[in-house]
Design a protein around this ligand. Structure first.
Ligand code: ADE
Ligand code: ZN
Length: 345
């Protein structure tokens, strides 16, 4: 447990970029920067409903998850070829490595592409090629987690899983994202059971806008290994006890929570209370192109906003490495680097 006194220190702002860490909650389509939207639109002859980069950026103002998802899905229209998906993932990996990310578990939304006529092979081959090059290009590793769009329902998710199983070796797991309220995890129990039978890791967005009961369902019915977001878990003390007892990792995304109005201001983010409760919290960027920053920006924002000191930031980095789907040898290498004394030079 952290010393709570350390959580509220407001001295010189500590930085996390030097800390080795894992990023476990990043939607690759959410790393599609405005300038890349226009570059790919020109390359693919896609007509955009925005006047230019600045006009697009001016629309990064959201009232909730739904208003964000509308823009997020409309920008994806420019992603058409294997090369596009390679370029998208390569740009993210280059950027993340600068923030000390040594391993990333990257979400993608297969249904959002296949439904537009993009072959699943183009998506997984493009993303996969960038990931395969990441150790030599950027000194980091990565894996892919395919997310089901919960608002498309369980039958569409099952069809998608069947298609993904033709590319079983391209993914490390499955997740559940998109509009949360009204689409409880229980709907997807059979889909996740089938994924588990294929030894795929399982995660799910729950407790972002949805109630704590969705987190219970994700744990009990989907048997997920991590909860994405989970900030609303704090409303249910029994749930907090369960998450602490089982040390279920929560992939929290502070800047996303502010931009999507899950919390009003960064200063009100519950991350310090979550750490104090003993929850296995990690910090992530969610959709960095849209929410004002990559993982280091999220660390910096919470450090300044709620007053986390360098020890708390180290705990967050450690939690991320402990929560990653890494083999134990690799995990230990990263943890040893995290714990190595700083080089005075
Ligand atoms: N897809 C991309 N970002 C998401 C988020 N924050 N919540 C749910 N689905 C998403
Ligand atoms: Zn997300």
């Amino acid at each position: 447990m952290l010393d709570p006194a350390n959580l509220t220190a407001r001295r010189a702002q500590p930085r996390s970029a030097a800390l080795p860490k894992a990023e476990l909650h990043i939607h690759i389509e959410g790393s599609l920067e405005a300038d890349m939207v226009f570059r790919l639109a020109a390359r693919n002859g896609v007509q955009l409903p925005f006047a230019g980069v600045e006009d697009l950026r001016a629309r990064y103002s959201f009232s909730n998850l739904g208003s964000f998802l509308e823009l997020y899905y409309s920008c994806m229209a420019v992603l058409r070829t294997e090369e596009d998906f390679f370029d998208l993932a390569d740009a993210y990996l280059a950027r993340a490595s600068k923030d000390g990310v040594r391993h990333a578990e990257i979400f993608f939304d297969p249904q959002a592409h296949v439904s537009r006529g993009v072959p699943l092979e183009a998506v997984v081959d493009g993303l996969g090629a960038a990931i395969a090059a990441a150790p030599s290009s950027y000194g980091m590793s990565a894996g892919l987690i395919a997310c089901f769009l919960r608002d498309k329902g369980p039958d569409a998710a099952m069809d998608t899983l069947d298609q993904l199983l033709h590319h079983r070796d391209a993914i490390i797991g499955v997740g559940l994202d998109s509009a949360e309220v009204g689409y409880p995890p229980a709907l997807f129990a059979d889909v996740f059971a089938k994924a588990r039978a294929q030894d795929l890791h399982c995660v799910a967005h729950a407790g972002e806008e949805g109630p704590p009961s969705y987190v219970w369902e994700a744990l009990d019915l989907l048997c997920v290994e991590r909860i994405d977001h989970g900030v609303r878990s704090l409303e249910d003390p029994d749930l907090v006890m369960r998450l602490v007892d089982e040390q279920v990792p929560l992939t929290v995304c502070p800047l996303s929570n502010v931009r999507l109005k899950v919390v009003e201001r960064i200063e009100e983010h519950p991350i310090a209370a979550m750490l104090e409760a003993g929850l296995a919290v990690t910090v992530n960027s969610d959709d960095p192109a849209y929410f004002g920053g990559y993982v280091e920006d999220n660390f910096t924002a919470v450090a300044a906003g709620v007053g986390l000191d360098s020890q708390a930031l180290r705990t967050l980095a450690r939690n991320s490495l402990q929560a990653a789907f890494l083999d134990e040898t690799t995990r230990k290498i990263h943890l040893d680097h995290l714990d190595a004394p700083a080089d005075p030079h």
